[in-house]
Design a protein around this ligand. Structure first.
Ligand code: C5P
Length: 222
């Protein structure tokens, strides 16, 4: 298939990364998980015992970090300054702080520049919060993926219950709703459905139905 860029945005736990990875595999495109980049910055500042509100220091860290996204057998691997942080960036501490780090306009600018570069040759499926609206406004296909908060919390629960044995579904639902609100209310490039994005509510859809729908939309575009 001719190379195009596909932007997949939506709130936490909507299944963006799973869907984006499968679509990229089907098309032979490169998958770029931009949330992993915000998580990599967050993991790095926590390692340095910094808090998200120490903005000048956080920006300095974001500027000098070498973040690499490498396609691996089990999805994308994430390296920070050569160290594999793929698992570390999914910790509860990183998840709890990432939306505050991603509110810093200068951090967004630094990561957005990297994201634009990754997509410059086309053939990229990029997932995040502001890809269709801000990072790749010219993407040929824009999807806004969502599902009810309850459904998203249930999906997350299945993913994390081995690592966070004491977590409850209600707690995850609260965490997800809080992260959505912070992402939607921030000043710089908030989570929003781009005017030309296609809304897919996956509450009643399974993964293969969503992937097939997006592939159909791709075929219609090229
Ligand atoms: O996609 P994921 O849940 O891993 O993203 C983690 C956080 O990174 C989001 O809650 C959001 O605060 C931030 N993010 C962002 N813009 C993006 C991708 C992620 O602000 N393009």
């Amino acid at each position: 298939m001719e190379k195009i860029n596909i932007a997949i945005d939506g709130p936490a736990g909507a299944g963006k990364s799973t869907i984006a990875r499968l679509v990229a595999n089907e098309l032979g495109f490169v998958y770029v998980d931009t949330g992993a980049m915000y998580r990599a910055v967050t993991w790095s500042i926590l390692q340095l015992h910094l808090q998200p509100d120490q903005e000048t220091d956080v920006i300095a860290v974001a500027k000098r970090l070498d973040i690499r996204l490498v396609p691996g057998q089990e999805g994308q691997q994430v390296f920070v300054d050569g160290r594999d942080v793929t698992a570390d960036i999914r910790s509860a501490a990183v998840t709890g702080n990432v939306s505050r780090v991603s509110q810093i306009a200068e951090v967004r600018r630094i990561l957005t520049d990297k994201q634009k570069l990754l997509a410059q040759d086309k053939g990229v499926v990029m997932d995040g919060r502001d890809i269709g609206s801000h990072v790749l406004p010219d993407a040929e296909l824009k999807i806004f993926l969502t599902a009810s908060v309850r459904t998203r919390a249930e999906r997350r629960y299945k993913e994390v219950r081995d690592d966070r044995a004491d977590v409850t579904l209600e707690q995850l639902e609260r965490e997800i709703a809080l992260r959505d609100r912070m992402d939607e209310e921030r000043e710089t490039s908030p989570l929003v459905q781009a005017a030309d994005a296609i809304l897919l509510d996956t509450t009643e859809m399974n993964i293969s139905q969503v992937v097939e729908r997006i592939l159909e939309l791709c075929r219609a575009k090229v």
